[in-house]
Write a protein that binds this ligand. Structure first.
Ligand code: ADP
Length: 381
């Protein structure tokens, strides 16, 4: 594994085959990603062509040198990240595998580029740690295209929201019995037009929010709130929505494991958390034909856990890993009939990420789904 450095790329052995090391070296140098192999102390044993280009050094200048001032991992401002956070340093001490797109690389001449990093401990056949492999992907073009796309979506959805809101408003006026006098047939048409305008408005709002989430422009003014009280303030509306559809509604605040405090404090922007909960709740309502919806709240000293549980269609196992992706909608009979943008869960995940939380789902087709959110708990004595 450590022997790629020999200069024999084109050498043939007696059987007329390329030597294995030479082949590996050629393959490595033709990769579009940067590869560095470090020993257990963090010295660079091997680097490939793309890697050297990214850091701005030649192999001969980096060989057997410590990686720290050569593979310079920084934040978006070009400030070196401290050792306790540096993912390469962490991997050298902790082993395992780290995959992250959160950092930048500063080259020898301080050219900054966003990078995707995969860092993995190398073990020998006896499972002994031998070093670390660092794979770097230049994300400059990807991020640039992302930014262009999200700027376009932002501007377009912003511009389109205004006329759609006007159409929605006038249709609502036309449907208002105090304002107009229309026959049943016209009412039926106008109601359909109003519902569509409403859906379009929601699509633009979701698009705008998802573009904002991508470039960190979502409004976010976190404050410490008690989730129990917050949920209570939403519960009468939730109950109303469920009952309108003939579903039962249960609201469970479970303090049993947690006698020390009855407050479930978290540091979040109320409006953002409200959007996440509303989205999960609306989905539970949309995708449940009969049975009940449960809103649950529990926790331990470190975490506040919220759940939205339904007895609906459930989600096929192969759809679950994609559920939080942008525009993803599971393909089943109910999604074909029920309108949606496929952006709600994506946005929910982006918002939960803002607060270092986690969102996931457990679901079984035919039995129902439970969406969980864990948020770091704020402890106040
Ligand atoms: P949508 O606007 O389509 O509801 P979401 O991002 O909120 O978009 O959800 C993505 C997909 O996840 C939905 O299209 C649906 O297939 C599935 N889904 C979400 N919540 C539920 C649920 N409670 N029960 C069943 N399927 C769900």
């Amino acid at each position: 594994m450590f022997g790629f450095g020999k200069k024999n790329n084109t050498a043939l052995n007696e059987k007329g085959l390329f030597q294995e090391n030479a082949l590996s070296e050629t393959a490595l140098n033709n990769l579009m990603v940067g590869v560095f192999i470090l020993d257990k102390t963090g010295s660079i044993i091997l680097s490939n062509f793309a890697g050297n280009q990214m850091i701005g050094f030649e192999s001969k200048d980096t060989k057997n040198k410590n990686y720290l001032n050569i593979i310079k991992i920084t934040d978006a401002n070009g400030t070196l990240v401290e050792a306790s956070i540096n993912p390469i340093a962490r991997n050298i001490t902790e082993g395992g595998k780290i995959v992250t797109d959160n950092y930048f690389l500063a080259s020898r001449n301080n050219v900054l580029r966003p990078i995707g990093l995969v860092i993995k401990e190398i073990k020998d056949t006896a499972d002994q740690s031998k070093g670390t492999i660092v794979i770097l992907r230049d994300l400059t073009r990807e991020k640039f295209l992302d930014q262009q796309r999200s700027d376009f979506i932002s501007t377009a959805s912003h511009e389109m929201r205004t006329p759609v809101a006007a159409i929605e408003g006038y249709l609502a006026l036309a449907l208002n019995e105090k304002v107009t006098n229309i026959d049943e047939k016209a009412r039926n048409y106008l109601e359909k037009a109003h519902a569509s305008a409403e859906r379009l408005g929601k699509l633009f709002q979701d698009l705008l929010n998802s573009a904002r989430a991508e470039d960190g422009r979502l409004q976010n003014n976190p404050e410490v709130i008690d989730v129990a009280k917050f949920l209570e303030s939403l519960s009468s509306n939730m109950k109303f929505m469920a009952e309108k559809k003939g579903l039962n509604f249960e609201f469970l605040i479970n303090a049993s494991q947690d006698k020390s405090s009855e407050q479930y404090l978290v540091n979040v922007d109320k409006d953002r958390l409200g959007e996440v909960i509303n989205n999960l709740y609306e989905n539970a309502n949309k995708y449940t034909e009969s049975g009940k919806i449960v809103i649950g709240l529990t926790g331990n000293p470190k975490v506040v856990q919220l759940r939205v549980q339904d007895t609906g269609d459930g989600i096929p196992a192969d759809a679950i890993p994609h559920l939080f992706e942008k525009f993803y909608r599971a393909d089943n009979s109910s999604t074909r009939q029920i309108g949606g943008t496929g952006l709600g869960l994506y946005l929910a995940k982006e918002i939960v990420k803002l607060y270092d939380g986690r969102i996931w789902v457990e679901s079984e087709v035919g039995k129902g789904s439970t969406f969980y959110i864990n948020l770091p708990r704020v402890n106040r004595s």
